[in-house]
Design a protein around this ligand. Sequence first.
Ligand SMILES: Cc1cc2nc3c(=O)[nH]c(=O)nc-3n(C[C@H](O)[C@H](O)[C@H](O)COP(=O)(O)OP(=O)(O)OC[C@H]3O[C@@H](n4cnc5c(N)ncnc54)[C@H](O)[C@@H]3O)c2cc1C
Length: 378
Amino acid sequence: MPEYCDAIVIGGGIFGCYAALYLAGKGARVALLEKEARLFQKASLVNQARLHGGYHYPRSVATAVMSDAHKERFTAEHRRFIHTSFEKYYAIDRYGSFTDAGQFERFCHYLRIPCERVEAHPLFNFHRLEALFRTVEHSFDPVLLAAWYRQRVEAERNIALLLQTQVKTATAQGKEWLVEAQTAQDAHPTLLRAPIVINATYAATNAINQRFGVPALALTHEISEIAFAASPQLRNIGLTVMDGPFGSIMPYGLSGLLSISSVAYTHHAISYDDLPTFDCQRPLSDPRCQPEAPGICTTCPRRPPTNAHKMIAQMRQYLAESVQLQYLFSYFTIKTKLKASYIDDGRPTEIALLREQPHFYCLFAGKVNSIYEIEKML
Ligand SMILES: Cc1cc2nc3c(=O)[nH]c(=O)nc-3n(C[C@H](O)[C@H](O)[C@H](O)COP(=O)(O)OP(=O)(O)OC[C@H]3O[C@@H](n4cnc5c(N)ncnc54)[C@H](O)[C@@H]3O)c2cc1C
């Protein structure tokens, strides 16, 4: 007999874990299915750890407002895992920016987020910067967050956590989904039935939507690299250069490391298909990574070679010559975006009820601190 649960959540990143914990906290019995052997192995671990407060989206007021709206609560509820005591600067490149200093200032005033112009700073190169602004932006620690969420999920009696598990078949039967969940080492699938399914698989969103017979989202996918470096001068300083093909260097949570991303070099291969389809997945015989079920890029022997030195060279243009930067290592993962974001570079979190009776929610995450959008949905 299929085992009954009140909801099946697919995907064990921060969004799936938060959804499962939220429902379990309300007394619901939840099955949480995760393809990998551990929770938090993909975008929720491999990101720039920016606790967005709006600054990053001068072309998408909707994303900026959503980020700012959740910042306080996310900070209050994850305080132990957030680096709040570094100086954060935003700057405008003198050449080729989509935003100029005046626009950025007006945008910050419109959002009522602090932004103070700085005329001189010994660590930055003002020949390349049109303007530098002291702002207030924090950094969450993805590694500590991952450990905390894993612990909470494992301790929650209302959550049945199925690791190394994928949906083999899904059938709507009246008001319930009947799901065959296949765990890697098991000979037979586990049968589950539930009135609600929540798809929180980010890069695999469309593969799961297809399996449940609901429409695909218009997405693009990029194999993305976050480089990690150390610098004695920048240990407690972050710089993000806006707005266009620029980059960012900032503390990666409480780790003491700096994460570096660059619009030009972070993204390696791009897939415009519904599913994340890349040359490095060929031949399609490796069950760890396929377009229908993407794998973990950081540990994959076929991932692209690092662009870290290009990223660092780009960021050096904005820094004083005295700043020392030492590259350490990189993480890779698939970054998935809504195709519509091409225009304004927005990253909204979109949650859609794609089928009623039985319910199928598709939860596509833009920013880590927008996990609370889940509560509105449920
Ligand atoms: C390079 C990069 C930089 C970013 N920088 C920031 C930033 O600075 N600040 C910020 O707020 N946000 C940032 N983001 C966005 C943010 O990381 C994501 O929006 C968020 O982590 C998505 O969370 P998630 O739980 O939806 O996805 P994930 O963390 O990717 O979790 C999805 C889970 O689903 C699992 N899964 C996939 N397929 C299946 C299947 N068939 N069955 C079962 N499980 C499956 C995966 O294994 C994975 O564990 C960044 C993203 C990237 C990629």
